[in-house]
Design a protein around this ligand. Structure first.
Ligand SMILES: *Cc1c(COP(=O)(O)O)cnc(C)c1O
Length: 496
């Protein structure tokens, strides 16, 4: 069956999967959604005996229907290889009655690697299929994590260049070091004198600039985006929920058809949306537990049916969830509106004009698969400390937000379903916060000293991603002011 994609904001534009991946966003500013959520063609017990790569093929082929078997298998093989430090790619670890799905075994030790490892191959394959001859230039603004994962994913991928802008004084020292030591002849990293919003606005302006587009074309280039709303990032994320379920089935932790819950630390709503798609495909998921930190705009939404971004932005120890506009939520809004693009478009218009919108009661009823919760900073730290003391297992701050919300949910509902907690980052990525949570005495120590101590405490090897940056040479030192971003891009690409 052929799955096509249309915008969440109008029915005018219908494209194939490969075109949706190339475009990223629809022309009307909406997100691409599949015209049908496919059902599994393989039985659960067949999937149990497959490797991660094989499960990935069985899931992704149902969505990316214009990719040939050969093309899709090529992308999967290129993505899920020894870049991951375990053959399982996404292992499940049981601790304190919950199942932690570790999504941080890729090259930048956070869950964005799960999708950004394969996106470059999906994108270059999509370009070939659609006879795009230009070289693809990925332009990204980052507040830290996405930039590094995108750089690692696109590094030395033929037919692409990647340029990442980051706020020179707005990322952590480890995050900056990770980016400026990035290898790959096609990678460019630029620090700007300005904040993340300046970087983001500069990138958006370049995407909109028609003159620049023509100059690019004349030199054989076109822009594309590695943003989390690309379906080329969403679809690969469905895979690990299916994989995790089948592993638990195989290990005898679950019986066939037994319902599980999934708890996900959420920011842009991409990861939990993938779990929702998996449920709609037939994976036996009961509740989707959406966990927020103190920026609890999603918790309030599930509670009241009103989404309201007009509030103070709070900096927390789980920075990848410090978000007030959760872009991928638009796909859920579209679905609960009964696939009605007009309703979705008017709500999104209200969001951009007033910063808020309210859904109807009918729509709210269709949210019953979800339950929202949030964790304050103190709670998050307590969960890390207690889990470590009880079991020796160390989780990062983002994962701890989900663990805390799951604990609250279980206490309130007495729900006994087995639950998978998406573990989205290695504790080594947020060493300082994690060690401080375990004991405040660590506060005065240096970053790498803490890394070594964490290794001792947790009894785990320091990941290569951290080991490398201790000694790696700085390869990028370009700086520019916020109004010289376009000039910098023209220089990098040598545009005439
Ligand atoms: C991006 C990120 C999240 C949030 O995921 P969304 O798909 O944006 O909801 C959570 N944890 C970590 C470590 C992340 O990098």
């Amino acid at each position: 069956m052929n799955v096509l994609y249309s915008s969440t904001r109008s029915k005018n534009e219908t494209v194939t999967a490969s075109q949706a991946i190339l475009k990223g966003l629809a022309d009307d500013g909406g997100l691409f959604v599949p015209n049908i959520i496919p059902e599994f063609t393989c039985k659960m017990d067949e999937l149990c005996d497959m490797s991660y790569q094989e499960v990935a093929y069985e899931v992704m082929k149902l969505y990316l229907t214009d990719f040939t078997e050969e093309e899709l298998k090529y992308c999967i093989q290129k993505a899920y290889d020894s870049k991951f430090d375990t053959d399982e790619i996404a292992p499940v670890r049981k601790a304190e009655g919950a199942y932690y799905l570790e999504l941080f075994h890729g090259s930048t030790i956070a869950f964005k690697d799960m999708a950004l490892s394969i996106l470059p191959y999906l994108l270059t394959t999509a370009a070939k299929k659609n006879c795009v001859k230009n070289e693809i230039v990925i332009l990204t603004a980052t507040s830290g994590d996405t930039g590094k994962a995108a750089l690692a994913g696109f590094s030395d991928v033929d037919g692409t260049k990647i340029i990442v802008f980051y706020p020179k004084h707005g990322v952590s020292p480890i995050q900056e070091k990770q980016m400026v030591t990035q290898k790959g002849a096609n990678t460019y990293v630029v620090g700007i004198e300005g904040n993340f919003d300046d970087a983001q606005n500069g990138v958006k302006e370049m995407f909109r600039n028609k003159q620049l587009e023509e100059k690019m074309l004349a030199s054989g280039y076109q822009f594309s985006s590695a943003n989390s709303i690309n379906i080329g990032r969403l679809v690969p994320q469905i895979v690990y929920y299916v994989y995790a379920y089948t592993r638990l089935l195989k290990q005898g932790e679950l019986s066939n058809g037994e319902k599980i819950n999934v708890a996900v630390p959420t920011g842009n709503f991409g990861n939990i949306l993938a779990a929702y798609y998996a449920k709609n495909m037939g994976l036996p998921i009961d509740k989707l537990i959406c966990a927020s930190n103190e920026n609890k705009v999603l918790f309030d939404f599930f509670q009241t049916g009103s989404y309201d971004r007009n509030r103070t932005f709070i900096l927390t120890s789980s920075p990848s969830m410090d978000i007030l506009i959760s872009s991928n939520l638009e796909r859920l809004i579209y679905k609960i509106a009964g696939d009605d693009a007009d309703t979705c478009a008017s709500l999104m218009k209200a969001l951009s004009e007033k910063g808020s919108y309210t859904i109807t009661n009918d729509m709210k009823e269709r949210l019953c698969d979800f339950t929202g919760g949030f964790a304050k900073e103190k709670e998050t730290f307590r969960v890390i400390r207690e889990l470590y003391h009880k079991t020796g297992y160390v989780i990062d701050t983002h994962t701890a937000v989900a663990a805390s919300v799951y604990e609250q949910y279980k206490a309130k509902t007495q729900d006994t379903n087995k639950t998978i907690i998406a573990s989205t980052a290695s504790p080594y990525k947020f060493t300082r916060s994690v060690m401080n949570a375990i004991d405040e005495k660590y506060d005065k120590m240096g970053d790498f000293q803490l890394v070594d101590l964490l290794s001792e405490l947790a009894g785990t090897r320091v990941p290569d991603a951290i080991e490398e940056i201790r000694t790696a040479p700085v390869l990028h030192d370009t700086l520019c002011s916020k109004d010289k971003m376009q000039e910098t891009v023209e220089k990098i690409l040598d545009l005439k």
